[in-house]
Design a protein around this ligand. Sequence first.
Ligand SMILES: *Cc1c(COP(=O)(O)O)cnc(C)c1O
Length: 357
Amino acid sequence: MGTIEIKYDLNKEKKAKPNPDELGFGKIFTDNMFIMDYSKEQGWHNARIVPFGYIPVHPASTVLHYGSEIFEGLKAYRRADGKVQLFRPIENIRRMNNSAERLCLPQIPEDMAMEVLLAFVKTEEEWTPSKEGTSLYLRPFMFGNDESLGVHAVHNATFMIIASPVGSYYKEGINPVRIMIEDQDVRAVRGGTGYAKCGGNYAASNRAGERAEQNGYSQVLWLDGVERKYIEEVGAMNVMFKIGNEIVTPALTGSILPGITRKSCIEVLKSEGYTVSERLLSVDELEKAMDDGTLEEAWGCGTAAVVSPIGELCYKGKKCIVNGGKIGAVTQHLYDTLTGIQWGKTDDTFGWTVQID
Ligand SMILES: *Cc1c(COP(=O)(O)O)cnc(C)c1O
């Protein structure tokens, strides 16, 4: 008997598995989904795995009016030996509880969260594709679900996990992206919700993202919300730079999302003797490094892409090509190391993976 009883009411009709060449991202969903409810009186209850489908939501539900929503993103990977494994899931669970604390949503005890996650992945395991670079993307999320328009910390919430087989991020090889440094909109301020993985942060980011896209850039690089001077992160990724012999990534000041890929990159690099600094990095310092040629590499890092080399940066109309627009040696090394561990191709000397059995 675990921390919570899960009721299984599974989909009787199994959908046909998709063509692994046409997966894309987050468009196809598995047969079932996980749901549990929270109330102040009962705590978490009614945990169930049910057929994937629409959910009834009261028109006055908190999430629809006041945006009480947080989410996580992690992947299940099919190893060469056929087994399925997760990458550092406890980190996602801890971050979700930190996000929940910020938005006054309820905590899920770590052992309960791990248990329901593993039970759900086990149920949907066969949906984990095996083609190179593909995986089963897991999207846990929680929302405030009071059926009233009063504004206060929620008394009722819903937690769900859905799963989506996703394609390789790099179907045509690792192509460096063009990034626009955003000097108007800001994503987050200190004291705000920048460190929480909440839907509202994304809603507020879309305008700048659209503008960048219209100008031929794939994502924006955010500056801090107070002085618009310090580098924070890229759209949905953290960011790292190789300046001379130093690997620099913005410190977690409260307005940056503490990425698990970021943390893993830092741990890999430090274990190999690289100098890694988590510190403030101003756009002026970056501009200087671009001008004097010491900016050797730049890359984003996040679960979806693992690492994404930045081939061009644009700031106030001034363009800088990084490393001749090609992926650099450190970026490539991080990609190979992390994907090696995630897909079970190399030994997991860090003890990061959790096997589904
Ligand atoms: C999820 C996310 C990241 C990356 O986090 P990972 O845990 O590495 O996937 C970075 N920035 C933002 C804004 C995010 O939402």
